[in-house]
Design a protein around this ligand. Structure first.
Ligand code: HDD
Length: 696
């Protein structure tokens, strides 16, 4: 047998694949070992005799098992579960008036990005829809190096100082001795800690709201959270807060819906993102900036360096500066989504940090954690982390060094170039990253102190602002979430302590939570600093701002034998025209024989496609179909859940008995199926909720 070598293989990085290269002579993909040796048999290990012992000599088996044994790496200590996609950021207009950052200079220019969305508390294998904050991390591969904007879908954070981060994470993760609950804050240790930390209150209001139950990562806002700086060519700094606004608007699920989604599809968000991108419905967000100066900062009743505070949009409107489009799914989950290493310290000239003590701690933590997660200080060389601009320095060696630097120049200064050798790169005093030198307003210099600035002591004004900016339907959800979460707490001292804090936010909220828990309203916990009343901010409400649209949303259509073929076609077209997606569900995946005698294949089987997977539903049944399905509990449950989750329901006359059996009462969202249904399907029917649920 002739041995041939595949010369373009085995030089590391993306060409190091086992089965994708073509053999040089016969056009076949050859299976090889990691050393490039072709494998004759991938089914049987080498043994002495047909039934004899396996031989140690079998390097093919040993290598295969050895590599498999080492496939896993430590998961992220937080944000372990996530999904990501490639895309680009496109600038609307030049921002050269406020920053010299290269990606913000030329209108229309696109910068590649890789964006990862995550839950915080659960492990990598946990579900997508727990009540949890969502990470929103964007890596911009700019021409002047990588800039990582590592944010969340909530504009504030639990704590003010990085010193408390390990405590927060220990408290919220599964409890130390029993290792449960997974991916949930509804347990003793979290609320014990949170109730002792009044600075968490504002974030808790957001966490208990529908913000932590997003319908899709495509329908979440993103926030850089901290105040950063933009710096122009003259060295002038402007404070900035970064906001991502989803093109599809913000949309959330209900708590009961989110719970049932966990059962219906653990990967609900991951699948949704993947399918949207692979079907060409590219998710999009606009980048908005809140820009301000020191004078503005000094005039606010809160400290802009405090990550538990927002600047209401009504006070400081957003300047929309560009859009991010995610248009390509990862090729490989591990190589990209798992190995991507974000770090708030990855910053480019023209953007800079502030003294926010939470941000300052983050600047250390991320670089540090990547070493533990990815195993080597060379993780920046992984394709997903590598900048798309030249990287040249005198750092050398280390585990898994992938680059092969040439010559002797591994120190600086050197004079090697004067002898005709390469001397290596040199400093860039003008174009290099220059830290902003100003920032000596009040309290920004002085003795070394372990203290917080005075205004950080106001823990309640903005929690109150958030509460007052919510619609009654949202307030009911917040109060009910507090009740639910605290009802899971076994430590007797904790719920009263939490309610005592909430009395500083709003007396009505505190009373509702106390009632829901059947505890006596405790004394108010004295506030470290008396809250002030701020003008409410309608922009903080989801329900008030929800878009009436089918874009990015899915309508489930239940059919059975005899369903009207023409009506189904018309409905599907109308949904498509409105930018939505229809999904046909039938008792059997093979589908149903429609009124025209043709077999229509279903996209989902009824038992595997509960109505929580959809934004609106239609029961498109004939008399026969309805007679059959009225005996199917899953069909009745399908309707009950759609109704309970405040969704639009369209039905044919024949399907009416099913609605009755499901206890559905007519309202604006429950309508006989006709042309107008797509309009009805664009909304959620919040007004239905008080009739269905005893909320706090
Ligand atoms: Fe963090 C991951 C967001 C505070 C320490 N964080 C991580 C991720 C996001 C955030 C989105 C996942 C990135 C990815 O997809 O890989 N973190 C935030 C936000 C914060 C915040 C918005 C407050 C404004 N984080 C924060 C503090 C510390 C950390 C105060 C520590 C002092 N965060 C980490 C970490 C992680 C992380 C331990 C875990 C995995 C990783 O970094 O890469 O370093």
């Amino acid at each position: 047998m002739t041995t041939t070598f595949d010369t373009d293989r085995g030089n590391g990085g993306e060409t190091h694949q086992h089965v994708s290269e073509k053999g040089p002579h016969d056009g076949v993909n050859h299976l090889t070992t990691n050393q490039g040796i072709r494998i004759t048999d991938n089914q049987n290990s080498l043994r002495a005799g047909e039934r004899g012992p396996t031989l140690l000599e079998d390097f093919v088996l040993r290598e295969k098992i050895f590599h498999f044994d080492h496939e896993r790496i430590p998961e992220r200590i937080v944000h372990a579960r996530g999904s990501a996609a490639h895309g680009y950021f496109e600038l609307y207009d030049s921002l050269s008036d406020i920053t010299k950052a290269d990606l913000f200079q030329r209108a229309g220019e696109r910068t590649p990005v890789f964006t990862r969305f995550s839950t915080v508390a659960g492990g990598a294998g946990s579900v997508d829809t727990p009540r949890d904050v969502r990470g929103f991390a964007v890596k911009f591969y700019t021409k002047e190096g990588n800039w990582d904007l590592v944010g969340n879908n909530i504009p504030v954070f639990f704590i003010q100082d990085a010193m408390k981060f390990p405590d927060l994470v220990h408290a919220v993760k599964m409890e130390a001795d029993r290792a449960f609950p997974q991916a949930a804050s509804a347990h003793d240790t979290f609320w014990d800690w949170a109730s002792l930390m009044p600075e968490t209150t504002h974030m808790l209001m957001w966490a208990m709201s529908d913000r932590t139950l997003p319908r899709s990562v495509r329908m979440m806002q993103g926030f850089g959270v901290h105040t950063f700086r933009l710096v122009d060519t003259d060295g002038k700094s402007t404070f900035v807060k970064f906001h991502w606004r989803p093109k599809l608007g913000i949309q959330s699920t209900l708590w009961d819906e989110a719970l049932k989604l966990q059962a219906a599809d653990n990967d609900f968000h991951r699948r949704d993102l993947w399918e949207a991108i692979s079907s060409g419905n590219f998710p999009e967000w606009e980048l908005g900036l809140q820009l301000f100066d020191q004078e503005f900062a000094d005039a606010q009743p809160y400290d802009v360096l405090d990550a538990t505070k927002i600047i209401p949009e009504e006070v400081l409107p957003l300047r929309m500066v560009g859009r991010m489009v995610l248009d390509r799914n990862p090729d490989n989950f591990f190589a990209e989504t798992e190995q991507v290493a974000y770090c708030p310290a990855n910053i480019v000239p023209g953007i800079d940090f502030t003294n926010d003590p939470l941000l300052q701690g983050r600047l250390f933590s991320y670089l540090d954690t990547q070493k533990s997660r990815l195993g080597t200080a060379n993780f920046h060389q992984l394709p997903i982390n590598a900048p798309k601009c030249p990287v040249m320095n005198f750092q050398r060696d280390g585990q898994m060094q992938m680059s092969v630097p040439k010559g002797r120049a591994n120190y600086e200064p050197n004079s090697l170039s004067s002898d005709g050798e390469a001397g290596g790169p040199r400093e860039c005093p003008v174009t290099g990253f220059g830290t902003f030198e100003g920032g000596t307003s009040q309290g920004e210099k002085g003795n070394k102190l372990r203290v917080r600035a005075e205004l950080f002591a106001d823990h309640y004004s903005q929690a109150r602002l958030f509460w007052r900016s919510q619609q009654p339907s949202e307030q009911a959800h917040i109060a009910s979430s507090f009740v639910f979460e605290l009802s899971k707490v076994g430590l007797k001292q904790v719920p009263p302590r939490m309610v005592a804090n909430l009395r500083n936010v709003d007396e009505d909220l505190a009373r509702r939570v106390a009632d829901g828990l059947a505890i006596i309203l405790p004394e108010k916990n004295p506030a470290a600093r008396e809250p002030v009343d701020m003008e409410s901010s309608p922009a903080l409400s989801i329900h008030a701002n929800m878009m009436d649209t089918l874009q990015g949303r899915k309508v489930g259509i239940l059919i059975a034998d005899g369903s009207d073929a023409a009506a189904l076609k018309t409905l599907q077209e109308a949904i498509k025209d409105a930018g939505g997606q229809s999904f046909v569900v039938a008792p059997k995946i093979g589908g149903a024989k429609l009124s025209d005698g043709k077999q229509m294949k279903a996209e989902g089987q009824l038992l595997g496609s509960p109505s929580q997977l959809f934004d609106a539903v239609v029961v498109l049944l004939s008399e026969d179909g309805a007679k059959h399905l009225i005996k199917e509990g899953a069909a009745i449950q399908w309707l009950m859940d759609a109704f309970g989750h405040l969704k639009a329901i369209g039905y044919t006359a024949a399907a009416q008995p099913l609605l009755e059996k499901a206890g559905i009462e007519a309202d604006d969202g429950v309508v006989p199926l006709d042309q107008s249904f797509v309009e009805i399907a664009k909304k959620r029917y919040w007004q239905r909720e008080p009739k269905l649920r005893l909320l706090a």
